[in-house]
Design a protein around this ligand. Structure first.
Ligand code: AMP
Length: 219
């Protein structure tokens, strides 16, 4: 199964992506996670991306496209993948088309996690992530058993540097201006399946499975 997951920052893409990855047994490729890892390792890409990410701006297409191109060539993508956070511009969408054409494969679907901007800001400000295993939490909606500590691995929970209110407003603007046209691009190809991102995580995932089909449909 070859999937894209799209939606505004805070729509719950990452949470649904983790469930999709486990259920459909495909690698979850998040460009945001790849950039954060590159920043923590202080690689060339990380150093280049940091200033954009801290402000809530998009990292230049050339850097992002190359990162994804290399990732899609890895062996674990042979039987499918879930791309999260890419493409975010029309130029990236066109570059992805070319990459897939070269690999002689096609996308099965683009999942759009749909949610109102007003809910997003509250969601993002309360968001916390485990520094070790990347499990996500929320200060009011999905609290850890012990404050500040991951239930799964005992790691410390941290807030992303770009999850402040000011940066979020910019990220939402960037999303509406640059990424929504990408949704139209895939809508025109009949690939988009939308799910309401408001509500219980498991119930949303049930709807996602209904939209995408059972795992046997793709084996
Ligand atoms: P995310 O974790 O998907 O919200 O991404 C965090 C940040 O990484 C974004 O606000 C951008 O600065 C950067 N980023 C992630 N994916 C992309 C992309 N496809 N194109 C450009 N910048 C990206």
């Amino acid at each position: 199964m070859r999937l894209l997951i799209m939606g505004a920052p805070g729509a719950g893409k990452g949470t649904q992506a983790a469930l999709i990855k486990d259920y459909y047994k495909i690698p979850h490729i998040s460009t945001g996670d790849m950039f954060r890892e590159a920043i923590s390792k202080q690689t060339k890409v990380g150093l280049e991306a940091k200033s954009y990410i801290d402000k809530g701006d998009l990292v230049p297409d050339s850097v992002t496209i190359e990162l994804v191109r290399e990732r899609l060539l890895k062996d674990d993508c042979k039987n499918g993948f879930l791309l999260d956070g890419f493409p975010r511009t029309i130029a990236q969408a066109k570059a992805l088309d070319q990459m897939l054409k070269n690999l002689e494969i096609k996308l099965d679907a683009v999942l759009n996690v749909d949610i109102d901007d007003r809910i997003l800001i509250e969601r993002i400000v309360g968001r916390r992530t485990c520094s070790k295993c990347k499990e996500s939490y929320h200060m009011t909606n999905k609290k850890p058993k012990v404050e500040g500590i991951c239930d799964l691995c005992g790691g410390t929970l941290i807030q992303r540097v770009d999850d402040t209110e000011e940066t979020i407003k910019n990220r939402l603007n960037v999303y509406h201006l640059q990424t929504e046209p990408v949704m139209d691009y895939y809508n025109n190809q009949g690939l988009v399946k939308s799910v309401d991102g408001f509500g219980d995580i498991e119930k949303i995932f049930e709807k996602v499975k209904n939209l995408l089909g059972g795992i046997d449909d793709f084996n």
